[in-house]
Design a protein around this ligand. Structure first.
Ligand SMILES: CC(C)(COP(=O)(O)OP(=O)(O)OC[C@H]1O[C@@H](n2cnc3c(N)ncnc32)[C@H](O)[C@@H]1OP(=O)(O)O)[C@@H](O)C(=O)NCCC(=O)NCCS
Length: 168
């Protein structure tokens, strides 16, 4: 999974101080609007969306050696307590190298540390990359129509990830 990720890619928790670095990735992201309208197509809507994503407890990003953000994963709280929804975006120049899998794994560890017990993911049913990614991370398909819905239950015994100081 992340075994083939470049050794110089670093994954860590992020928050409002990293907002401009995230904006930098999403301004160069392709495709915009591909995942249920996300990332938003207009710069203004993207900034608003990134700001609200950073308001959620679990935000992790992948950084290149040059310090640029090349991937971002966040977990948005759901309606039921302990339940949440995962979103994952990897810049097109860094795909298929295990960055997505490493981000999802880190986000689940942070989510577990934050008390989440069930995380859902939604993608369009033809998004093969996202489906394969989340299934390879342990998510189970629960529905395929009108969109693919997946879920994973997090064992409460998962240890806190030291790279998630905000939630540990
Ligand atoms: C989906 C996405 C995050 C995958 O990120 P990534 O860094 O390329 O994923 P990884 O390299 O970690 O790959 C993880 C698994 O997915 C598979 N995969 C990745 N891209 C794939 C593709 N285009 N087609 C088929 N499988 C693919 C990998 O082979 C790997 O599977 P394996 O573990 O069984 O070998 C990335 O393609 C993306 O950002 N897409 C646009 C945004 C999006 O659709 N997000 C999801 C909705 S929230």
């Amino acid at each position: 999974m992340e075994g083939h990720m470049d050794a110089d890619i670093r994954i860590r928790a992020v928050g409002p101080p990293e907002r401009d670095l995230l904006i930098g990735m999403y301004d160069r992201f392709d495709p915009l609007g591909g995942a249920f309208g996300l990332p938003p197509r207009t710069a203004e809507a993207r900034r608003e969306w990134i700001g609200s994503a950073l308001g959620h407890k679990v935000n992790v990003a992948a950084f290149s050696a040059a310090g640029e953000v090349v991937g971002h994963c966040f977990v948005a709280a759901g309606d039921e307590p302990g339940s949440a929804e995962l979103a994952i975006f990897v810049h097109q120049d860094s795909r298929r190298r295990g960055v997505g899998a490493a981000l999802v794994k880190a986000a689940l560890e942070c989510g577990s540390a934050a008390g989440l017990r069930r995380v859902r993911a939604m993608t369009s049913s033809d998004n093969r990359a996202a489906l394969r990614l989340v299934r390879s991370c342990g998510f189970r398909l629960t529905s395929v129509f009108p969109a693919a819905e997946l879920e994973i239950y997090l064992p409460p015994t998962w240890v806190a990830n030291p790279s998630c100081p905000a939630v540990a």
